[in-house]
Ligand binder design. Sequence first.
Ligand code: 5GP
Ligand code: MN
Length: 327
Amino acid sequence: MFDKEIMWQSVSEAARVGIAGHIRPDGDCIGSCLAMYNYITENYGCSVTVYIEELPEKYGFLAGSDSIDLSFKDTGNFDVFFALDCGDEERLGKAAKFMKKAVHSYCIDHHKTNTGYAHENLIVHDAAATAEVLYDLMDPARISKNVAECLYLGIVHDTGVFKHSNTTKHTMETAGALLTYGVSSARIIDGTFYEKTYLQNQILGRCLMESILCMDGKVIISSLDRKVQMLYGLVSSDTDGVIDQLRETKGVEVAILLKEMNPRVWRVSMRSQEEVNVATICSKFGGGGHIRAAGCMLNGSVHDVINTLTREIEMQLGPHTPGGIEN
Ligand code: 5GP
Ligand code: MN
């Protein structure tokens, strides 16, 4: 049974604490990991290591970002290890081995498909972000502006700036409370969510131009094969926001973005509006996520992948009138 007092007690008794999030980290993952890093460093006497796979430059202003271990160096066993915002053990990537060897491991998350792979697990399905869950675990009197900034950023990113359907009264109240620590909301929202690099805008444009509409306009799909990714030298954060823009297309229920990671191996991102449960679909293929935002990997040609996914969507939405792919 998860008990927050016991969790903090184990941190206070630990000499070494480790923290990691998921591979291809997003804003909530980075914000949550750095919030926990700063909170423990500022309030407890232990040494803390935070592992994150990559740190897009726009997050470099967050406190603790220079201390991130991007190389996943094995420095010996941890007394306490936190897996944050990570729906399954595999997605911890190179940090999975650190968690397995830790004396106490804690998984704190909000993914519906999380089955609880740590010693103690706190999975809050209706929280918009892991950062929202973390705020409830922390003592408000011991939260600094640095910690508040990281938490606020996590909430901003996972709610798409408070617009996704996961945004609740509690989410807004948490964000409101965080503002009282002096967080610069505009800097975080404009500087890390809306601002795009020239390359990101080029890729967005390309994905929109080459998108296809199918299933009577209810599904929109865009794909980036290996050749295109290599041509532009893309890293995972270069496609941030593309799927959200695809989903905003009028009449669309499901948006799909496919990225070829290895020959005929596709990384699938799915978003839905209000009917299709994309977590169920992605779980079927070994992935997971939330009802309205999920991902998985699929093998085959781009057409195989599209057929597999549209079949699943059809099973939820019911058959569409024939007509095939529209451009
Ligand atoms: P994205 O499309 O942004 O990569 O992921 C959407 C959501 O689904 C995120 O919350 C992400 O953590 C989760 N997700 C994406 N891919 C996977 C996966 O392969 N497994 C699991 N468990 N969750 C995933
Ligand atoms: Mn999250």
